[in-house]
Design a protein around this ligand. Structure first.
Ligand code: ARG
Length: 475
């Protein structure tokens, strides 16, 4: 790793330009390296510039700095931002972080007036503000991505409201369901994910700026003004809490972790369904890979990585929880380690959402194969037992036994239950009548489950219509 020296260090006898007054010696190479957050917190540059501009405008409005200095600082910050946009943020470990990097460049551009920007604030409230702004945007991006995923789920569910497939418990064929119903289960999970992100956003949206190092400031600042200018609902109410709170990052990571679990479960089902013995779906070529040795292979790598990423996202949550657990009030440098897990989780989550959206939108469902699996899995056995109870007044336990014998016979013949003849069924129990066949088909089975939230195609279509309306999808 290379490091560059801050030219201005010469002015303070080799110690830091920002606090050199108290220091006789500069930091060791190890100190500079362990201290530097610029390699990752440069991602906050947009938020840092926006918060500084709001701060200096407020300082001028309050008469704490002159209008002329404030205007120069604000213009200078625009120049710094334009430079970052064009060339990236320079990484100088001596400048430690994005806040000092920006202030130092501002000083190079406009001279001593730059030193007035840091009046009535500290990097502690500055970083808390920047990071909240960053996480707020990450929440908005996750929400937009999840809305897209929901649209894909709902469109495919709409297509397949009547497509029958086996429903599983213990991964054993249980009862027939519709593919639309199955996909809408994920719509519900994502609906809860979005609501968790919305909760996190509402709690996050208070502005720490003006809490200064930990105790507030003696300058006559206007915290309502900076809060409003940065789109927050209100300023935070306790300066000690404001500079040492990272609940907003943890709230975000918790929502992200839970969301990643849902994406991982969907990914796992697609991996399973794409496996040849299932053969329920063909994944899009664009989201699969081939094998370098086995020409027949089409591997569900994107789905597998979504499943893998969930582990890493949960790890990010764990990382920050453990970082925070023993910290006394107020700021401690441990908190600088809050950013890498949040940045990592946000990147992994965005990719995972996009990958699953593509897979849902573009996979081909083999509905004939799904239907055959439901039929040959004897998914309507419960319907036969229910029919015996309802129509022949047989106690359920006995009906269960009779049905077991019918399944055994169908299995021996290698046919679906409704392909046994009436004579075959009557040989098992004479009370079975012709009417049973109406109950034994997989279509009759799903149609019968018309309780609210059940798998009947009519129910699924109603839920799909409600979801389309909630998502503002055109009919
Ligand atoms: N780089 C620091 C961080 O990310 C900024 C705050 C530093 N504050 C301090 N008192 N050293 O947390």
């Amino acid at each position: 790793m290379s490091e560059k020296r801050d030219d201005r260090d010469g002015d303070t006898g080799g110690s830091n330009a920002m606090w050199g007054g108290r220091f006789a010696e500069g930091p060791s190479a190890i100190m500079r390296e362990i201290n530097a957050s610029i390699p990752f917190d440069k991602a906050l540059w947009r938020q840092d510039v926006a918060a500084s501009k709001a701060h200096v405008a407020m300082l001028a409005a309050q008469g704490i700095v002159s209008q002329a200095d404030a205007a120069e600082i604000s213009r200078g910050l625009d120049t710094v931002a334009a430079e970052y946009e064009a060339n990236g943020v320079p990484e100088n470990w001596d400048l430690e972080d994005i806040h000092m990097t920006t202030e130092s460049r501002l000083a190079e551009l406009i001279g001593p007036a730059a030193g007035r920007l840091h009046t009535a604030r500290s990097r502690n409230d500055q970083v808390a503000t920047d990071f909240r702004l960053w996480v707020r945007e990450a929440i908005d991006q996750a929400d937009a991505g999840l809305a897209e995923l929901q649209r894909a789920l709902v469109s495919r569910a709409d297509e397949h409201g009547g497509s029958v497939m086996p429903g599983f418990t213990h991964l054993q064929t249980a009862q027939p369901v519709t593919l639309g119903h199955h996909l809408m289960a994920y719509y519900e999970m994502v609906r809860r994910d979005r609501s968790r992100f919305a909760d996190a956003r509402a709690r996050l949206n208070e502005c720490p700026l003006g809490s200064a190092a930990l105790a507030g400031t003696g300058f006559p600042i206007d915290r309502q003004a900076t809060s409003g200018a940065l789109g927050f609902d209100r300023p935070t109410a306790n300066s000690l809490d404001a500079v040492s709170d990272r609940d907003f990052a943890l709230d975000y990571l918790q929502a992200a972790a839970q969301c990643s679990l849902h994406l991982s479960r969907l990914a796992e089902e697609m991996i399973l369904w794409a496996s040849q013995p299932f053969g329920f779906i063909r994944l899009p070529d664009s989201l699969s890979t081939g094998s370098s040795i086995m020409p027949q292979k089409k591997n569900p790598d994107a789905a597998e990585l979504v499943r893998g990423h969930a582990g890493r996202i949960v790890g990010c949550l764990t990382s920050l929880m453990v970082t925070m657990k023993g910290l006394p009030l107020a700021y401690s440098k441990d908190m600088q380690d809050d950013k890498p897990p949040v940045f990592e989780a946000a990147g992994l989550l965005a990719l995972s959402i996009a990958a699953m959206t593509g897979m849902v939108a573009e996979s081909r469902f083999d509905t004939a194969r799904m239907r055959a699996a439901a039929e040959l899995g004897y998914a309507t056995a419960t319907d036969l037992a229910d029919w015996l109870v309802r129509e022949a007044d047989i106690p359920f336990r006995e009906a269960h036994h009779i049905t077991g014998a019918a399944v055994k016979l169908a299995e021996q013949r290698g046919v679906a239950l409704d392909r046994l003849s009436l004579a075959d069924l009557q040989a098992i129990d004479a009370r079975i009548g012709e009417g049973v066949f109406a109950a034994l088909s997989v279509d009759a089975s799903v149609a019968a489950r018309a309780s609210y939230g059940g798998t009947a195609p009519d129910q699924v279509r109603q839920r799909v219509a409600e979801a389309r309306a909630a998502l503002g999808m055109e009919e």
